[in-house]
Structure formats: structure tokens, C-alpha cells
Design a protein around this ligand. Structure first.
Ligand code: CUA
Length: 162
């Protein structure tokens, strides 16, 4: 009978759909920005990028920058300035291409620069990274959008594009 074949076809299509969906969610959803690069959350300094002197903004060339950040409850460590004070603010020239590399030393944190495409989940054990061109001038709020404890709502700083 024809109906039987339609039923088999329908069920097969559904199964294939679920498999594709399942794999997609597994590969994309679990570690969306890690690209598989792992790190020991108890010793992030083992990776040169996350040593204190390499945190914050680094100029690579005229229009390429790197921003290395160590997130922890409830702060984004951006390194220290020439005077030894903690950097609390990132200033990026308009049009620059910026590679953000972020790790956490404790729980899962978010790394969202409101009003831009930068939105990452930062998980213990993984390096989250993404490269973004900062085309809009303004002051943007970098905030944690993953609940991480009592100080979660205080975990934010500003990124200025000038
Ligand atoms: Cu860190 Cu919420």
C-alpha cells in the first residue's frame, strides 16, 4: 500500500532531522566559542596569552588588536597599566579588527559586549575566542550574561571605540 511508504518516508525524514539537530546542538551548543582549545582553569598562566603582562589590549599592527581577558567571580582581569594599576577599561580605535581571547578560573561566565556581535560563553577548561571588527564608535558595556553567583550583576566594564 502507498500509505505505508509515505509513513516510512515521513518517519525516516523525522529521524534524520533529529540526528542532524542533535549533532548540531552537540558540536555548536556545548562549546560555542572554544574551537576546541583547552586550558587548565587552575593554571591559566601556563598559556602565555593569559600571563598578567599579556592581559588587556595588545596592538598587533595598524588595524589588528588582541584582547586577552581572565574572567573570575566577579571581575574581568584586563591586566595592569604602566603605573601598576588594574586596567578597568578597553579603548579600541574604530575599524580595528580585534581578537578577543577569554578564559575563566572558576565558574562559567559570559562575555557580552552589548550592542556588538561579541557574545561568548566562557567555560572552565576552554579558551573562548572570536575576532570582530569594531566599526561603531561609542561606549559599550562588556557584561557577564551567565549567572555566576551573588556578584554576577556587578560583573561588567566598558569598552570604548573611538
Ligand atoms: Cu560572571 Cu555572571
Amino acid at each position: 500500500k502507498l500509505e505505508k511508504w509515505w509513513l516510512i518516508l515521513g518517519v525516516s525524514a523525522l529521524i534524520i532531522f533529529l540526528i542532524v539537530l542533535g549533532f548540531g546542538a552537540f558540536y555548536m551548543g556545548t562549546h560555542p566559542q572554544s574551537h576546541g582549545l583547552t586550558i587548565d582553569p587552575n593554571n591559566v598562566e601556563a598559556n602565555e596569552a593569559f600571563q598578567q603582562e599579556n592581559l588587556g589590549l595588545t596592538k598587533v599592527d595598524e588595524d589588528h588588536y588582541i584582547v586577552n581577558v581572565v574572567a573570575s567571580a566577579f571581575n574581568y582581569d584586563l591586566g595592569v597599566d604602566e603605573d601598576g594599576n588594574s586596567v578597568s577599561h578597553i579603548k579600541i580605535p574604530k575599524g580595528a579588527s580585534v581578537l578577543f581571547q577569554v578564559v575563566t578560573t572558576d565558574v562559567i561566565h559570559g562575555f557580552n559586549i552589548a550592542g556588538t556581535n561579541v557574545n561568548m560563553m566562557v567555560e572552565p577548561g576552554y579558551v573562548s575566542s572570536m575576532e570582530v571588527q569594531m566599526n561603531n564608535v561609542g561606549e559599550f558595556t562588556l557584561l557577564c550574561n551567565e549567572y555566576c553567583g551573588v556578584g554576577h550583576h556587578m560583573m561588567f566594564t566598558t569598552v570604548e571605540v573611538y
